[in-house]
Design a protein around this ligand. Sequence first.
Ligand code: ZN
Length: 277
Amino acid sequence: MSSAPLNDLSRLCIHTITTKPWSIEEAAENYSAEGVRGITVWRDALSGRDIRKTGDMLRQNGLSVVSLCRGGFFPSKEPLKRDMAIDDNRRAIDEAFKLGANLIVLVCGADPSQPLEDSRTQIYEGISEILADAESAGVKLAIEPLHPMYADTRSAINTIAQANDLAEKINSPFVGVAVDVYHLWWDPQLENEIKRCGEHQHLMAFHICDWKSPTVDLLNDRGLMGEGCIPIRKIRSWVEASGFNGFIEVEIFSNIYWKQEQSEFLKKIIAAYRIHA
Ligand code: ZN
């Protein structure tokens, strides 16, 4: 048994996609009743709703709206698709503004029909193009590096070093990095690069779950904290040593947990957070 102290829930945030079977209204009510204080909203959860009223509803439930997931997907070999991505990112900024979220997480994208270097150039151009919109809305953009297994279609930014490089190249207080343990735990440079990220005031979000061994689905088999091999508390200690003191966000995509009774799953999340986060 670990002798580390249990976490209280004051910094626990849960992503709506973690409890995907629930509507955002059900998520808000249940998170709040269990003492969760933060929520990150996936855009699909807003479908068909008045976004301002939804933001008010979340705050009335005592929840801080930590971020909106997700923008990005900038690269394409086809210029028309790149333009469509810019439009969609502008819509995401507008949605975040209306919701009262001051951060959008960027899953930057990749196009397998072109070299990764080209995709990275287009990511840089895409973020640069929406930056003025983000600034005027007061919404920050966090580049989330994704595990290299997603380099074909989801992100050409696969290490925190690449995310730091990109954020430093853009050099705006409105562009930083989201650290997700699922994507980054394996990287021997992780501690150094988290430190570097903090030194530039670029560390804007911290996402947790666990890497199950074996992982049976490349997308939807994430584990609860403590179920896998990620040293979550060690990584959290690096993140906090870098100056980050924001919410700790539980982001689990799981075909297994989505099939369970979600109120039972929520209790498991909270128990795992107390012990392992
Ligand atoms: Zn994440």
